[in-house]
Write a protein that binds this ligand. Structure first.
Ligand code: PMP
Length: 342
């Protein structure tokens, strides 16, 4: 049976396949499955949140035709919003920390978003990207003839609902309910808390775990009760210093802190051995899935998220000098001289 034609690209968001990760499954004796979110039209998991946030704003009368959607984003939500806005006739103004990859900034510009780059500072600083975005949206709401809407992905729970109604049920159905554990990292927390809600409602004994990068305060929060961040990570879009609106009321059953070296090992290996071209947050997630598999023991089915693709980070994750400067491993095939062609 083939899929029916989709009326527009928005109807191609979601319903992504689960892909068995061979080596991770083999090494743990579990079935480890990655949900291929890099296959969404905007090439990341955040298309789902973007669509739900915009549809919700329309339903609540917060967006008028031709209005401007304003958001603070590490990039992927902005890309999702820009594509949704193109189809539905809105403009996008995106505030992004300047440390995010050039590839994502370029994609945003090509998608027609107007970019405002700001220094990367924590949420406590008024110049934090999400806070600048909120202020800009408030100003534009008064000056723009067609109005402006602040998407507010961190605290707007339409984001989480995309995963309660979409991603979570898709995982349960695609595994015929066999899913024993789910793990992913949190940026806004919408993916983790939303999938947790959907799976727990269908299978109360399912184990939900957080994979937290260095530099995030969530692992400490869930294991000791104190929001405390240590270290740093080159991954983008994940890690959090506060309990966002999308994480409110959510608690994981387990939590793991995953260093970049471990995550990158998976990114490089999946690329070379399994043809999966992934970004850094997917590496954190797969490393977390392996740890959760070891915790639960052989025979279990573990699902995680493959959030976006490697092309978005070629200048960082696959750039030997960038990696070396940070004391990170450089895969030998990136620098290998080409073999002579006979
Ligand atoms: N991975 C990447 C690459 C992302 O851009 C994001 C979103 N910031 C996430 C993971 C985390 O998703 P969420 O915001 O739903 O926690």
């Amino acid at each position: 049976m083939t899929d029916a034609p989709r009326p527009d690209v928005l109807a191609a968001i979601g319903r992504t396949p689960l892909i068995r990760l061979a080596r991770a499954s083999q090494e743990t004796g579990c079935t480890i499955l990655g949900k291929a979110e890099f296959l969404n039209p905007g090439l990341s998991v955040k298309d789902r949140a973007a669509l739900f946030i915009v549809r919700d704003a329309e339903a609540r009368g917060l967006l008028r035709p031709g209005g401007t959607i304003v958001e603070g984003t590490a990039g992927n939500t902005g890309i999702g919003l820009a594509l949704v806005a193109s189809v539905l006739g809105y403009r996008t103004l995106i505030v992004i920390p300047e440390t995010q990859s050039e590839e994502k900034k370029q994609t945003l510009r090509l998608a027609g978003a107007q970019l405002v780059e700001v220094p990367a500072v924590p949420f406590s600083n008024p110049n934090n990207y999400a806070r600048v975005a909120r202020r800009l949206a408030e100003r534009l709401a008064e000056t723009e003839p067609k109005g402006a809407f602040f998407a507010d992905q961190f605290d707007n729970t339409a984001n989480r609902r995309a995963h309660v109604e979409g991603t979570g049920p898709e995982i349960f159905e695609a595994t015929d309910g066999a899913v024993d554990g789910f793990i992913c990292a949190a940026g806004t927390g919408g993916t983790l808390a939303g999938i947790a809600e959907a799976l727990r409602a269908r299978k109360p004994e399912v184990k939900i775990a957080l994979a937290d990068p260095e530099g995030s305060a969530l692992h400490a929060h869930y294991t000791t009760g104190t929001l405390k961040a240590e270290g740093s990570s080159i991954t983008e879009g994940i890690g959090q210093g506060r309990v966002t609106g999308n994480l409110a009321g959510f608690t994981p059953d387990l939590s793991f802190r995953v260093p970049d070296t471990e995550a990158l090992g998976h990114v490089f290996r999946l690329m070379r051995e399994e043809g999966l071209s992934l970004g850094g947050s997917s590496g954190i997630n797969v490393a977390g899935a392996v740890r959760l598999a070891r915790e639960l023991g052989p025979g279990h089915t573990i699902v995680t998220i493959l959030c976006d693709g490697a092309a978005r980070y070629a200048s960082k994750l696959f750039n030997p000098s960038f990696l070396r400067e940070r004391g990170l491993p450089v895969p030998e095939w990136i620098e290998a001289p080409p073999r002579p062609i006979p």
